[in-house]
Design a protein around this ligand. Structure first.
Ligand SMILES: Nc1ncnc2c1ncn2[C@@H]1O[C@H](COP(=O)(O)OP(=O)(O)OP(=O)(O)O)[C@@H](O)[C@H]1O
Ligand SMILES: [Mg+2]
Length: 299
């Protein structure tokens, strides 16, 4: 198991918006000690490691190795192939574990949404196997790439209906969610009258009505303004379960995700822990660019 503690520490510290000084105070040690840990010149003893895992709300595996090695596999795709006119998915092998935070990356048309639809059961693979411990109705929530909204309903009616379908209808919960997602002022408007970004927030709200073991978000922040995007990532950081997100929002992947998976030419071309990439002094964007390069021949 590779030790990626030093990069994990600096990422988790920055995510919590703690300076080296502030973290040092919490641990009753000097700022220099934190600096030595982050430079890889020294390592904390076990007591301090346990304190750090409490401060960052992660387990020790995640702090030291960048992955939750003890978590169980909740969904697994084995040798999945799917062609439409042309082969899109050729041989997809992907396992998702409890508490994984996966960013699924890949060029336009590479088949990311097709993978999501395969997991949802909307696309039937030509071959391969999906095994899962999830009960799709209770444990899986999805925010699709295209909003699936009933345009003629009013916003609040829509949230109520979605909550009822998901067995989550409690009037206070509906009101709270409308408030949190800044749709309270629009609750009486018809969905058709919302702006693109507001519709995206409504779709997100609906996908978050119930706590799920696996939440899949297909380009959730497209069309949202900066404030909503910031709100979205902070909100997501506080929910439980595993999250698989398709996003091109590279500013956020470094902070939010634990694992990146790259889809290219119909296969999972790379699958790496974010901590490992950071320990190689790369950002996720640099990693993506170097792994997703096509050889361009100039004639
Ligand atoms: N129902 C369908 N019928 C025919 N072709 C399809 C269908 N669904 C997807 N495709 C094709 O499969 C390929 C992959 O599509 P997909 O939507 O999975 O890509 P994507 O990686 O999600 O792209 P984007 O980043 O643009 O969302 C595309 O070439 C698309 O045209
Ligand atoms: Mg897509």
């Amino acid at each position: 198991m590779e030790n990626v503690f030093k990069s994990q520490l600096s990422v988790l510290r920055q995510k919590k918006k703690l300076s080296q000084e502030a973290l040092a105070q919490k641990l009753f040690i000097s700022r220099q000690s934190i600096s030595k840990w982050e430079n890889g010149d020294a390592e904390p003893d076990i007591d301090k490691l346990i304190l750090l895992s409490e401060i960052f709300a992660v387990n020790l595996d995640f702090l030291l190795a960048g992955k939750n090695t003890s978590e169980e596999c909740i969904l697994s795709l084995k040798n999945i192939a799917k062609s439409f006119k042309k082969p899109v998915l050729k041989d997809i092998n992907l396992s998702i574990y409890g508490r994984d935070r996966i960013a699924l990356l890949g060029a336009n048309g590479s088949g990311k949404t097709t993978i999501v639809k395969t997991i949802m059961g909307l696309v039937k693979p030509d071959s391969g196997e999906i095994s899962s411990i999830l009960n799709p109705k209770d444990d899986l929530s999805v925010m699709p790439q295209e909003n699936i909204l009933i345009e003629s309903l009013r916003v609040k009616e829509h949230v109520r209906l979605s909550a009822r379908i998901q067995d989550q209808y409690i009037p206070q919960h509906v009101n709270d969610m409308l408030e949190i997602f800044q749709l309270k002022h629009h609750e009486k408007s018809a969905v058709s009258q919302l702006s693109g970004g507001q519709k995206r927030r409504l779709a997100l709200l609906i996908s978050l009505l119930k706590p799920s073991k696996l939440l899949i978000l297909d380009e959730p922040t497209v069309g949202m303004d900066l404030e909503s995007i910031d709100f979205f990532w902070n909100y997501l950081d506080h929910i439980g379960g595993s999250v698989l997100t398709i996003t091109h929002d590279f500013n956020q992947i470094d902070q939010f995700f634990s694992r990146v998976v790259l889809l290219k030419n119909g296969v999972i071309a790379a699958d790496e822990s974010v901590a490992k990439i950071h320990s190689n002094n790369q950002t996720i964007e640099q990693w993506y660019r170097s792994n997703n390069q096509e050889r361009v021949t100039i004639k």
